[in-house]
Design a protein around this ligand. Structure first.
Ligand SMILES: Cc1cc2nc3c(=O)[nH]c(=O)nc-3n(C[C@H](O)[C@H](O)[C@H](O)COP(=O)(O)O)c2cc1C
Length: 364
């Protein structure tokens, strides 16, 4: 009999599927509904020390591909297919004080489920590094099973916050080290995909003491311009700013990041995120070496916390395991990691005519 139960960063998971840090996990009510629905764990909406103020107007919209043209639009049309989510939502608008008693309550009611607290602070000074520590200690004291460091929020003007930390391997390392100093629970570093070589930032995170890498957060992007109005489909007073793309469009992009990571650190722990809406999508991340998989966009579109989605993930993965005779996740985790190779390793019709781009055939 196969089981989806597994261990990741030393924590026991009933199943490897988590709701990612985002609106589905923005409240205790949502999180408890998610646990009832069957999610093995959740990562809370990112918690900070200071209240945030979001933009005036919608924070998230969904881009759709029209059925009978190549138009992509955020306007809903019958028969359209989801292309992606686009958001410029900041971290939780509830302060740490609001979260503290709720983390305790959730854990006391669902002790067997995994509750990961996502935290974020600035990193420009020792005082700010102490803010990371304060957040970490407050959440773990209430029973959070792990901490996810948000080093990847793409909507930051500050150079020492969110994805701007994630682009700087030294800052990544410094923040991870500061949190590790006080952490009694595993720490996961959520990195931005918006860098040249994510392996460099991941190395910084591991050097600082991170126990796992979560990837990807949303990809920095803009909404499209409506050809009729000439306005961005999401704007405030005609203006837009950096936001994040999630959902189906980022699955292949995020897989490429994950393939780089798991190849570079085959013995480390990874949590795959990006574009998962079906067990087959989640399977991709596990075959590349991930031990857990997180979901946001697809859950937002399924009754806010994905009750149908988690059922289909569980049933689909169980069927797949039975079909292949896999007893646990470890039987198939990472078995396609080594299939991602440099271009010159891909067979050519005539191998003698191929010179790796150094001679006649061009710049392969
Ligand atoms: C509206 C919205 C808000 C989000 N807020 C956070 C956040 O507070 N912290 C965080 O680490 N990631 C946040 N994310 C990113 C998601 O956790 C996830 O990494 C991303 O959406 C990719 O997964 P998906 O393709 O399943 O949506 C947010 C995403 C969306 C769409």
């Amino acid at each position: 009999m196969s089981t989806l139960a597994s261990t990741f960063t030393g924590l026991h998971f009933e199943n490897p599927f988590l709701l990612a840090s985002a609106p589905p996990t923005e409240s205790d009510a949502n999180i408890m509904r998610a646990f009832d629905a069957g999610w093995g764990g959740v990562v809370t909406k990112t918690i900070g020390l200071h209240p945030v103020v979001n933009v005036a107007g919608p924070k998230t919209k969904f881009l759709r591909a029209m059925p009978d043209s190549s138009r992509l639009s955020m306007q809903k049309q019958p028969g359209s297919a989801l292309h992606s989510s686009w958001n410029w939502e900041l971290i939780s608008d509830k302060p740490l004080d609001w979260w503290v008693p709720r983390i305790a309550r959730i854990k006391s009611e669902y002790p067997q489920k995994i509750l990961v607290a996502s935290i974020m602070a600035g990193s420009g000074s020792d005082d700010e590094l102490r803010n990371w520590q304060q957040l970490a200690v407050a959440c773990q004291e209430q029973g959070a099973d792990a901490l996810e460091l948000n080093l990847s929020c793409p909507h930051m003007d500050r150079k020492d916050m969110g994805s701007n930390i994630g682009k700087d391997p030294e800052l990544v390392s410094v923040v991870a080290e500061a949190v590790k100093e006080v952490a009694r629970v595993p720490i996961w570093a959520k990195l931005t995909p918006s860098t040249t070589d994510i392996v460099v930032e991941a190395r910084g995170a591991f050097l600082g003491g991170a126990d796992a890498i979560s990837s990807s957060n949303t990809f920095p992007s803009l909404p499209l311009i409506d050809p009729d109005t000439l306005e961005f489909e999401m704007n405030v007073d005609g203006l837009v700013s950096s936001g994040g793309l999630g959902g189906p469009a980022i699955l292949p992009l995020s897989m490429a990041k994950m393939a780089q990571l798991t190849a570079a650190f085959p013995d480390r722990a990874f949590s795959g995120i990006g574009g998962v809406a079906d067990f087959a999508h989640a399977l991709n991340y596990i075959l590349l070496g991930c031990g857990t998989v997180q979901v946001c966009t697809a859950a937002m579109l399924d009754h806010a916390i994905g009750p149908n989605l988690i059922k289909s993930l569980l049933a689909g993965m169980q069927r797949e395991m039975d079909k292949h005779g896999w007893a646990t996740l470890e039987d198939f985790r990472g078995i396609r990691r080594d299939r991602v190779v440099v271009h010159s390793k891909i067979r050519r019709p005539d191998s003698k005519a191929y010179h790796g781009g150094y001679e006649a055939e061009g710049y392969a």
